[in-house]
Design a protein around this ligand. Sequence first.
Ligand SMILES: C[C@H](O)[C@H](O)[C@H]1CNC2=NC(N)=NC(=O)C2=N1
Length: 98
Amino acid sequence: MARAKLDPAALEQALRTLDGWDLAEDGGSIQRRFVFADFSEAFAFMTRSALMAEKLNHHPDWSNVYKTVDVSLSTHDAGGLTELDLKLAAAMNDLARD
Ligand SMILES: C[C@H](O)[C@H](O)[C@H]1CNC2=NC(N)=NC(=O)C2=N1
């Protein structure tokens, strides 16, 4: 199913309720850095997030260095941001709190 790109006003509103996520400079993705206690915690978060991503069929662009995970979300199929990105961002925030 094709997902509609979010309009800037809806996006700005949604970002207010999404702890830690910022719009990228080019406006095409949202980004957050997660910092954990150690590598083990960071990787556990990535494992849980990967399972969630599969469930949503929506996958993060991310990188990990030691206890830091940098995440960028966008909907490649739509060429921008959609509700799916907000959904995955909120789910990752929940998983980081566990
Ligand atoms: C064919 C498959 O459903 C698509 O390639 C999905 C998979 N995961 C995806 N993940 C993200 N982040 N954006 C997409 O557009 C996307 N598309």
